[in-house]
Design a protein around this ligand. Structure first.
Ligand SMILES: Cc1cc2nc3c(=O)[nH]c(=O)nc-3n(C[C@H](O)[C@H](O)[C@H](O)COP(=O)(O)O)c2cc1C
Length: 198
């Protein structure tokens, strides 16, 4: 698929152009909303990545079919692409909103496809959260991710308040409080990914 091809090209080009191993992060927003605060937070993270980190956004959640275990033996193309992209990432950066005190259905659907994949277990995950109110969804997400054998990296997981802020990725990046909070979390994530024994 074109999205995967672009993703692979970007990773490969970086390796060739810079001649060094990059830490590869896959950012996934749990919101499909155009002006999503969670997606904007991840866009700001892209701008604030430390040197040596490549962040790519996965934007295929709404292309995934409804999860059906019967399809696992011969997974649909969008699912195979998802697993491949997750497999190529050193770590996942997730930012997910709360809907009705839970995880949004479309995002949970993506996780369900990954539950029995070879690529997901042991994957390091940083949890970003754009709303201090979203405590139920965060707790549910942690439980699901732990059940899926993710490694949640606490020092890279942050909650910021973007509710009703209408801030752009650019202004978040330049914000004297938000910018350093996000940058520090990404630095901590990079450190853990480069030192997997920690
Ligand atoms: C259907 C729906 C249900 C929601 N339920 C909750 C909720 O239970 N708790 C909460 O804190 N916010 C709730 N919200 C508010 C969203 O979490 C909030 O608007 C958030 O900014 C959405 O994330 P986004 O900006 O990334 O799209 C709900 C919003 C929608 C549309």
């Amino acid at each position: 698929m074109e999205h995967e091809a672009q993703f692979v090209r970007k990773f490969t080009n970086f390796r060739i152009n810079m001649g060094v191993e990059m830490v590869r992060l896959l950012a996934v927003s749990g919101s499909l909303r155009q002006a999503s605060s969670n997606s904007i937070l991840l866009r700001a993270a892209e701008r604030l990545c430390p040197e040596g980190v490549l962040l790519i956004h996965y934007e295929g959640i709404d292309k995934l079919p409804h999860f059906n275990p019967d399809l696992l033996e011969n997974p649909p193309e969008a699912v195979a692409e998802l697993c491949s992209i997750v497999g190529q990432a050193d770590g996942l950066l997730i930012s997910c909103p709360e809907y009705a005190r839970g995880i949004p259905g479309s995002f949970k659907n993506m996780l369900d496809w990954l539950v029995s994949s070879e690529e997901f277990p042991g994957k390091p995950v940083a949890l970003f959260n754009a709303s201090p109110r979203a405590s139920h969804a965060q707790a549910a997400l942690r439980l699901v991710l732990e059940t899926m054998s993710a490694r949640i990296i606490e020092e890279a997981s942050i909650t910021v308040n973007l509710l009703s802020s209408r801030l752009s990725a650019e202004s978040i990046t330049a914000d004297p409080v938000l910018g350093p909070v996000i940058g520090t979390a990404l630095g901590a994530f990079k450190h853990r990914l480069e030192n997997q024994h920690l």
